[in-house]
Design a protein around this ligand. Structure first.
Ligand code: MN
Length: 246
């Protein structure tokens, strides 16, 4: 498979994963999310061992724990991941925290892993936000350009205390916001639509970057999948336009 073919496969898998989330068709029993690229594909920015442990151990544990939590509750087996996370208050008290943590762990990692792509010659365009995209235009308008957005996003990411994520999200009117979530909390539980997701748990970078979070953020930007971000933003706008409740 040459670079172009690989790029097409990666893009179509990203789209499929994104659509799978947007179509709300993920229900119990949740499958382990398949990485749309090889563990080594993000080298040298994100190392293969970090990716393997992050996916095969951390995400697998969240997925297994979510399934184990829901197993005794057949009445919840038809619920999508989004419905579970947006309706935590209506879940049995006994499993509310476990669904919040493990369901959030599954949801957030799908956005994080899908939001990166290999940074090779054939794939260069995938991590440069095209100026004709609606997200690129909005970023220009709100932040004064992609470079300025990166500066603000990095400054916010450095300041996230403890384990959590930094997101670019849209509200129901399509307005952009940089947003922090703690632990495995999700933007959708607070009514925001996710566009870009940065995992700031130390397991995401400690093996390669040690405690140097700033260099991890720089490297992560090198493999940012802007096609995925653009598609997410278009989906956020479509949700808004159709008045569909997320
Ligand atoms: Mn993680």
């Amino acid at each position: 498979m040459n670079h172009n073919q690989q790029h097409k496969v990666t893009k179509s898998m990203n789209t499929a994963n994104s659509n799978r989330l947007k179509k709300n068709c993920m229900t119990y029993e949740f499958e382990l999310f398949k990485l749309p690229y090889a563990f080594y594909a993000l080298e040298p920015n994100i190392d293969a061992l970090t990716m393997e442990l992050h996916h095969d151990r951390h995400l697998k544990t969240y997925t297994d724990n979510l399934n184990a939590t829901l197993k005794p509750y057949p009445e919840l087996h038809g619920w999508t991941l989004e419905r579970l996370l947006c309706s935590l208050h209506s879940l049995p008290l006994k499993i509310r925290e476990a669904v919040r943590n493990n369901g959030g762990g599954v949801y957030n990692h799908i956005y994080y892993f899908s939001g990166m792509c290999p940074n090779d010659e054939a794939n260069k365009s995938a991590h440069i936000c095209e100026p004709e995209g609606s997200l690129a235009r909005k970023i220009e308008c709100v932040f004064g350009g992609f470079d300025e957005f990166k500066k603000q996003f990095k400054a916010s990411a450095i300041q996230v205390f403890g384990s959590g994520y930094l997101w670019l999200v849209a509200n129901r009117r399509g307005q952009l916001k940089i947003m922090e979530t703690s632990n495995q909390d999700t933007p959708i539980a607070q009514g925001y639509c996710p566009i870009i997701c940065l995992d700031l748990w130390e397991h995401a970078y400690y093996l390669k970057h040690y405690n140097d979070r700033a260099s991890y953020i720089d490297d992560w930007f090198n493999v940012l999948n802007c096609d995925f971000a653009e598609k997410n933003y278009e989906c956020c706008l479509a949700i808004d336009n159709s008045q569909t409740k997320m």
